[in-house]
Design a protein around this ligand. Structure first.
Ligand code: SF4
Length: 252
């Protein structure tokens, strides 16, 4: 696992499956994973099998990566398979089950599941009569009103101890609606990164923060539009956006 800068200093990335994802909605247009997969598929230091998985081949569960969370004694926030999408239709249940087994065994960690295929996540959980584990938070990535309208309801219908939304990249204003935040525990919001990033006025982020506050949902503003680069240091945000509440902020 490697340390990341997603949600604070203690977030680690765990990518037990080597895969190449495919674009599904406008939020995917500048996908960093696909750029990384392009580089990995050309990396001659990797096995043919792995390179193939990052290219057009079948995804594979990488056994040596699978047990990584068990080797880490200190409780950690772990981003699961952000290098792709664990609910992509090429990922089989035979690959997912061992991942869930490890997450359940490593109960001292908190695992963040995130997908743009929230309908598949809800369906998979229903099909396998999934019993939520306290340490596994299920979430969807949304980017505009259309994806919010589609995916939030699917997350809410997913059995989970905690549910969360990653609104990143935010590429349009979003009205989460009266019931949009019902049973959502945590919202992470931020602008797009990269040379082709799309505009994200602070007003759109402020509106999300206001909606979360009104619904008593924890909110983490990850990054805002800046010039020439997005601003990641919360200390440099306008006061109204200087808000970084962890997902358990409202726990009793
Ligand atoms: S779903 Fe995620 S990983 Fe897959 S292409 Fe879209 S942004 Fe990239």
């Amino acid at each position: 696992m490697r340390q990341t800068m997603w949600y604070g200093e203690k977030t680690w990335a765990w990518n037990p499956i080597a895969q190449r994802c495919t674009q599904i909605s406008p939020g995917c247009y500048n996908c960093w994973h696909l750029g990384m997969a392009d580089r990995l598929m050309k990396n001659v230091k990797m096995s043919d099998e792995l390179r193939h998985a990052y290219g057009t081949g079948k995804p594979i569960l990488v056994q040596r990566r699978l047990t990584e969370p068990l080797q880490r004694p200190e409780p950690t926030l772990i981003a699961v398979q952000f290098m792709g999408d664990i609910f992509h239709d090429r990922i089989t249940s035979a690959m997912r089950f061992p991942v869930w087994e490890i997450m359940e065994k490593a109960a001292h960690h908190t695992f963040l599941i995130l997908t743009k295929r929230a309908g598949s996540m809800a369906e998979w959980c229903r099909l396998h009569q999934y019993h939520p584990s306290q340490n596994i938070w299920m979430g969807a990535s949304i980017e505009d009103q259309q994806t919010a309208d589609l995916r939030i309801a699917e997350v809410i219908s997913t059995p989970a101890a905690k549910r969360w939304l990653s609104i990143e990249p935010l590429i349009g204003p979003i009205d989460l609606g009266v019931h949009g935040l019902l049973n959502i525990d945590w919202v992470v919001v931020g602008c797009e990164s990269g040379p082709e990033r799309r505009p994200c006025p602070n007003k759109w982020i402020e509106d999300i923060v206001k909606q979360c506050k009104a619904a008593r949902v924890a909110v983490w503003v990850k990054q805002i539009q800046g010039n020439p680069q997005p601003i990641r240091d919360a200390g440099a945000f306008p006061m109204a956006l200087r808000i970084r509440e962890p997902g358990d902020y409202y726990d009793d």
